[in-house]
Design a protein around this ligand. Structure first.
Ligand code: NAD
Length: 359
């Protein structure tokens, strides 16, 4: 028996609500966690996973919901952090009824929580959810595929990083190593090509993705996955997996900047955040630089307009410059500075809302 205590964890990290739900007809079994709604309704996707235990599911849900609070706050959005996890085998459980049952539970939270697609759930599944609730985003035909917008946000994050380190954003003078040319890496590479970057290397393990780039941009040079870290470039851009910044890889990195789309790239946030800082490498915090997709989907709630969404995504540039300044001033690693930045926004808004004003 494990001794994980949900209420102790909720108290420690100040969670607002944890909801368990079960629908006998469809076999739906899940948990919604709402971490913080100071800035607005909690938004976070629905993840379907064959968790080994209920504890593993609730721990994952709690962790992901809190991450969304910081991500939305740092992105300047009026959203809180939440998440839903569904316990089940993605190949077996899915049906119209299953996702409509989920929609009814989302609706029961009356707008305190907004869901979207995530690992093992699709826009098609969310269409069923939307038959039962309005509190769902990322639907087919609305804000569209988030990946190009995530890549666009990362591009602005790279601009901010170049400005901080080199004092200019001249891509024609800079070299890049991109890890992963999937949904986001592909669009990012296209943007770097468009900016006439001096040299771009990439690595991939998917043959189709390698062939696509080699056909479209033969000047972008392929390297083996193990060789990507040690390249003598200006920017290393992780756009594939989590945990790639660790004890093995950080000593190999020669680039003065790490900035890409991938989530949870620091294997151990504090240990590896500090290791990167000590090597005097500038790290663009993942949850800030990869928020373009979230910012884009947020605009669905306000009546989607691609121009407005794009302009909001551009603000990642200023936000990162501010975070880099906090990191320098406080002498802390940039991932921590990003959290300080996010928490400060939540606290400030919370405090200005202290006095009652009738609207
Ligand atoms: P994806 O699966 O489309 O692309 C990842 C690519 O990396 C794949 O082509 C895969 O073959 C490749 N890859 C896997 N392991 C590799 C390795 N060892 N070396 C080289 N290449 C490898 O995923 P994506 O949507 O581009 O997401 C990439 C990262 O960005 C993930 O961490 C994801 O969580 C994060 N992210 C994505 C979005 C989005 O809008 N798609 C938003 C925020 C964060």
């Amino acid at each position: 028996m494990s001794d994980f205590k949900v209420f102790d964890y909720m108290e420690k990290h100040r969670y607002e609500q944890v909801v368990y739900f079960h629908d006998k007809t469809t076999g739906l079994k899940g948990i919604t966690c709402i971490h913080n709604t100071t800035l607005g309704p909690a938004l976070g996707g629905t993840r379907l996973w064959n968790y080994a235990s209920e504890e593993e599911a609730v721990v994952d849900c709690l962790r992901l919901a809190r991450g969304m609070t910081y991500k939305a706050a740092a992105a300047g959005l009026n959203l809180g952090g939440g998440k839903t996890v569904l316990i089940g085998d993605p190949d077996k459980v899915k049906s119209e009824g299953y996702f409509r049952a989920l929609g009814r539970y989302v609706q029961s939270l009356n707008g305190r929580y907004i869901t979207a697609e995530d690992v093992n759930t699709s826009t098609k599944d969310m269409d069923f959810v939307s038959m039962e609730t309005d509190h769902v985003v990322g639907l087919e035909g609305k804000s569209g595929n988030p990946s190009p917008m995530t890549a666009l946000g990362a591009f602005h994050g790279i601009r901010a990083s170049l400005m901080h380190v080199f004092g200019d954003v001249d891509f024609t003078q800079r070299t890049f190593a991109v890890q992963g040319a999937g949904q986001t890496g592909y669009y990012l590479i296209n943007k770097l090509v468009e900016m006439k970057a001096k040299k771009i290397y990439f690595t991939e393990i998917n043959e189709k993705h390698i062939a696509r780039l080699q056909k479209e941009h033969p000047e972008v040079e392929f390297v083996q996955p193990k060789d990507i870290y040690g390249l003598d470039v200006d920017v290393f851009s992780p756009c594939a997996l989590g945990g790639v910044l660790n004890d093995d890889t950080i000593p190999q990195i020669k680039a003065p900047i790490i900035a890409g789309t991938a989530n949870n790239v620091l294997l151990e946030e504090d240990i590896h955040g500090n290791m990167i800082k000590d090597k005097k490498i500038l790290y663009a915090p993942d949850f800030v630089i990869n928020a373009g997709g979230l910012i884009n989907v947020y605009h669905e709630l306000k009546g989607y307009n691609i121009g407005r969404a794009t302009r909001d995504i551009e603000k990642i540039y200023d936000r990162l410059l501010e975070i880099f300044k906090i990191a320098e001033r406080e002498n802390i690693h940039t991932q921590l500075a990003a959290k300080v930045f996010a928490k400060k926004r939540i606290e400030t808004i919370n405090n200005i809302q202290d006095n009652y004003i009738k609207r």
